[in-house]
Design a protein around this ligand. Structure first.
Ligand code: UGA
Length: 436
């Protein structure tokens, strides 16, 4: 098989498919990226991926190229994992790269081929791609577009790809694409992984609906958080208590700075935009509120820092975390970096430390001060903000940290610290959704 687009999704899919025993060729137009991958180097932080990349390049099952002709000749099964970022002038997703990949590949194909789209796309894209493929394919060649959405989480990408919790294949009437998918995912299917065959639009919708639901769940608890802040109630206890109801569940009720990353924010916006185009705009107007609640958490954090320091201007604030979540070096729409940036623009002297995301953060916010270590970040701080819950921050020793800072003041932006231990060590603590 080929995997077209070797970003986060594609590089992981390519390496994991090779790990499962398939012959895989990764394809991308970015020569620098392909060179690095071919040399066994993962251009982003993802635990476990460097090992399987290297092993499978070594075994000869995994290769990389920028040459579409080679891709066309290599396989009859193709996976499409190129990016669908938010358009610069609207909420909609930009599907340029998805179309570009199909337009580059299809004219070169001979025989019977299936292209499984994995990218997150607006509903209706697969059908439009099929039309484009029909226009571009040579006589005697058949190219089918099917949709196989990807649900992997950054930080757990290898695990989620090799042992997914479900496999969804969207296909047109009478298609046998799902039979090919069954062969591809034979290992997961042998372990009784649910396998759902749907039409194209349903498969596209499954993906955005899942992300919209997750975003809504987080914003729900963060809305409760706002109410807690006005009443003195404790949002973490509310979440624990309602989470015991297994219809609700405790997962994704982590109140705090809210969601970021390359997926949830852009996906809820693209979903709203698409619903509008389809004439169903009222159906998803609540997602606007989900987005707004999420963004208000960042503003609230900046307000809280101003309250604690009686104005942040001229004060030394340390922000722990730059990645949008732990176990990732991804800073796309990162709540942590947004807060650090806002504080800096408000005149605070901001120091940032993150175990993995410093290089990416410095590209987005070059004006912030980045330190080499946690200790250096804490040194002389007047306020510490825990913005991304890396284990290194969650497990900080409050006694030791207290010896480094100037003032023992901390805001737990992710509600992960042991309040008692920090209080016992003499820290003044604040959190989102709790009066500590
Ligand atoms: C998300 C989905 O979880 C994946 O299933 C999906 O495949 C992926 O998007 C995608 O579309 O590619 P990911 O963006 O890696 O995965 O991150 P999540 O683990 O979902 O976290 C998203 C954000 O929500 C993070 O900023 C995290 O800090 C935040 N979050 C998560 C909370 O604020 N509270 C929670 O309780 C959980």
């Amino acid at each position: 098989m080929t995997v077209i687009g070797t970003g986060y999704l594609g590089a992981t899919h390519a390496a994991c498919m090779a790990e499962l025993g398939h012959e895989v060729l990764g394809v991308d137009v970015d020569e620098a990226k392909i060179e690095r991958l071919a040399a066994g180097e993962v251009p982003f932080y993802e635990p476990g991926l460097p090992e399987i990349l290297e092993q499978n390049i070594g075994s000869g099952r995994l290769g990389f190229t920028t040459d579409y002709q080679q891709a066309a000749e290599f396989a009859n099964v193709h996976f499409l994992g190129v990016g669908t970022p938010q358009k610069s002038d609207s909420y909609a997703a930009d599907t340029t790269y998805v179309f570009a990949a199909v337009e580059a590949l299809v004219p070169l194909l001979k025989g019977d081929h299936v292209i499984f789209g994995k990218s997150t796309v607006p509903v209706g894209t697969a059908e439009a791609l099929q039309k484009r493929a029909d226009e571009l394919s040579a006589e005697g060649t058949s190219v089918e577009i099917a949709w196989n959405p990807e649900f992997l989480r950054e930080g757990y990408a290898v695990h989620d790809t090799i042992t997914p919790d479900r496999i969804v294949v969207g296909q047109r009437d009478g298609s046998t694409a799902s039979e090919i998918a069954r062969e591809v995912y034979a290992t997961a299917l042998a372990a009784d992984t649910p396998f759902l065959v749907t039409d194209l639009a349903t498969a596209e919708l499954v993906k955005v609906s899942a992300n919209a639901f997750l975003a809504t769940k987080i914003s729900f608890i963060n809305a409760v958080s706002e109410v807690c802040e006005h009443t003195g109630a404790d949002v973490t206890q509310v979440a624990d208590a309602i989470g015991y109801d297994d219809r609700i569940g405790r997962k994704f009720l982590g109140a705090g700075l809210g969601f970021g990353g390359g997926c949830l924010p852009k996906d809820i916006r693209a979903f709203m935009a698409r619903a509008g185009e389809l004439g169903a705009d009222q159906a998803l107007t609540f997602l606007r509120e989900v987005d707004a609640i999420n963004m208000r958490r960042r503003t609230r954090m900046v307000e809280l820092a101003n309250e604690v320091l009686d104005g942040v201007l001229g004060h030394r604030v340390t922000v722990l975390g730059a990645a949008f979540k732990p176990n990732s070096d991804d800073v796309r729409d990162s709540p942590a970096l947004s807060v650090a940036g806002q504080l800096s623009l408000a005149g605070a002297a901001v120091r940032v430390y993150d175990p993995e995301a410093m290089e990416n953060a410095a590209k987005v916010f070059p004006t912030l001060e980045y330190t080499e270590s946690l200790d250096e970040a804490l040194d002389g701080a007047e306020l510490v903000i825990l913005a991304t819950e890396w284990a290194q921050f969650r497990n900080m020793d409050p006694e030791y940290a207290g010896g480094l800072v100037k003032d023992k003041k901390i805001i737990d932006g992710r509600n992960v610290l042991d309040v008692q231990a920090w209080h016992d060590a003499g820290w003044e603590m604040q959190a989102l959704g709790r009066n500590l």
